[in-house]
Design a protein around this ligand. Structure first.
Ligand SMILES: [Zn+2]
Length: 323
């Protein structure tokens, strides 16, 4: 049963009707189609994926059963479409049951799922699995630009280096030889996180992200990195920092431990699951981790529904690569 403190933490799978349907939807195409249609709300309120009209119907075969291609037809624009229409799944030939598995694994695994694992579980090629997972990550990319924080609310900012060879392998004189990439996290304490790759750890780049993504009335908490000094003046709630080099990690409410937890999870995922992530694709993994963090208080199946819904309106041609 759910505890009184946080009603979402103890949600058991037993209370979740979707969990019995997911294995079926991952194994059979008709179940996958129905499952995805239900996720889009088409089981109760079907609409045309082309024009939005609700004057639509499911096409049926000669024997009255469902059309072999699971087509729908719109009476207003007379177009045919399927549940793939207007989503990241359109223009892909990967069976929908594998898409369900991909979405499900991304939404239910704490640290994500690798393309190799999807390949083993579905039999599709590694390339197809990678294609599919990148599309899913693209669907999860948050286009919500509502600023984090607010009047007297604590916002933590921190940065870390991910990927590549050990940071100090390059010489001190030429640190740019390092192949690590700086990633910045901005977290509203108890709320959402924004993860972004930045070109370099400088006041200009850190500030740009903070100005864009936070409410200036917030209280900014960072470590002692000097670049935050000038940036901190922007915040009317004040700027407080802890001195990590003096082993000071928290002074009452002044800490950046939430941001550190986000990074800990991100790094365990990048190292343990994906092993190596190219700089070129890093933003997609960041989007995936950000999505999971920002939906951490809901059930896996609710997260899945959110993810499938987020994929609507994100159609890409097969040849196009996701941004
Ligand atoms: Zn239509």
């Amino acid at each position: 049963m759910a505890s009184k403190k946080n009603p979402h933490r103890d949600l058991s799978l037993k209370d979740d009707p979707a969990v019995t349907e997911i294995p079926l939807a991952c194994a059979s195409e008709p179940h996958a189609v129905e499952f995805l249609e239900a996720m889009r709300g088409w089981d109760t309120n079907p609409y045309c994926a082309r024009c939005g009209s609700v004057n639509v119907y499911q096409m049926s075969g000669r024997d009255g059963s469902r059309n072999a291609r699971f087509l729908w037809r719109c009476r207003d624009c007379s177009k045919h479409y399927t549940v793939r229409a207007d989503t990241v799944m359109e223009d892909s030939r990967i069976p929908l049951r594998h898409w369900v598995l991909g979405f499900w694994r991304v939404c239910s695994s704490k640290k994500g799922v690798s393309a190799l694992e999807i390949r083993r579980q579905t039999g599709i090629t590694h390339k197809s699995a990678l294609f599919m997972l990148h599309r899913i990550r693209w669907a999860l990319a948050d286009d919500n630009t509502k600023p984090l924080g607010g009047f007297k609310m604590a916002v933590e900012a921190d940065e870390t280096f991910v990927g590549g060879k050990p940071r100090h392998k390059g010489t001190k004189r030429n640190p740019r030889q390092s192949t690590k990439v700086p990633v910045m996290a901005v977290v509203e304490r108890g709320g959402n996180v924004h993860l972004q790759r930045i070109p370099r750890v400088t006041a200009r780049h850190l500030g740009k992200v903070l100005y864009e993504r936070t409410d200036p009335r917030s209280v900014l908490c960072t470590d002692e990195h000097p670049s935050y000094k000038s940036v901190g003046k922007h915040f009317s709630g004040g700027h407080y920092s802890t001195n990590h080099s003096a082993y000071e990690y928290a002074r009452g409410p002044v800490h950046s431990n939430t941001a550190e937890s986000v990074f800990a999870l991100l790094k365990r995922g990048l190292h343990g699951i994906f092993h190596s992530v190219s700089k070129h694709h890093l933003h997609r993994y960041l989007a995936e981790f950000q999505f999971r963090w920002n939906t951490r208080d809901i059930r896996d199946s609710e997260r899945l529904q959110k993810a499938v819904k987020a994929s609507v309106g994100k159609r890409l041609r097969y040849a196009e690569s996701a941004p």
